[in-house]
Design a protein around this ligand. Structure first.
Ligand code: CU
Ligand code: ZN
Length: 190
């Protein structure tokens, strides 16, 4: 066999191995928060976090039983929703000591998701992709934190909370160890 033929065969084998590796890759790491009512509200919901191959994390949020309009939504520092007013969840998740801001501000809390818009039917759905959270372990990991849905809109400027009022919904973020399959099971029936 000529040298160039060997090289071509090698390339083909490499390409085949690469394709196989991609096809058998583990699903993207996911985490889940089930949001329960707090502070006497009727708010419930869920959030699914998916760490993308880009390294960014996508959060998909579903809320129901809320009043129409904008409501602040954040990741808070402690995975503890035990208090009736959810103050046990602590302040906004803020690993780098940044000021509170909008989800588009370069300097902001890791947990600053801004607002979710609730419709006349009391339901809201939002998808946000951020480079300030991971599902895998690390300083920016969302696992072990909590999601808080607020009474009022986040004004995106008031420090350090956005002045979004009481905590109407709270859910602890837990890893879904079997990945997407498990997350999809939870999603079903919506
Ligand atoms: Cu908050
Ligand atoms: Zn904040």
């Amino acid at each position: 066999m000529k040298k160039s033929t060997w090289a071509a065969a090698g390339l083909a084998a490499a390409a085949l191995a690469w394709t196989w590796a991609c096809a058998s890759t583990q699903p993207d790491p996911t985490a889940l928060a089930i949001i329960e009512s707090r502070s006497g509200s009727t708010v419930t919901g869920k959030v699914i976090f998916t760490q993308l191959s880009s390294g960014q994390t996508r959060a998909e949020v579903w809320i129901q039983g809320a009043t129409p309009g904008n409501h602040g939504l954040h990741i808070h520092d402690k995975g503890d929703c035990s208090a009736p007013d959810a103050t046990s969840a602590g302040g906004h998740f803020n690993a780098a000591g940044n000021p509170h801001g909008a989800p588009t501000d370069p300097k902001r809390h890791n947990g600053d998701f801004g607002n979710i818009e609730i419709g006349a039917d009391g339901k809201g759905h939002m998808t946000i992709t951020t480079d300030m959270l991971t599902v895998t372990p690390g300083p920016n990991s969302v696992v072990g934190k909590s999601v808080i849905f607020h009474e009022k809109a986040d004004d995106l400027t008031t420090q350090p909370t956005g002045n979004s009022g009481a905590r109407f919904g709270c859910g602890v973020v837990v890893l879904t160890p079997t990945g997407n399959a498990n997350a999809q099971k939870v999603t079903k029936g919506r």
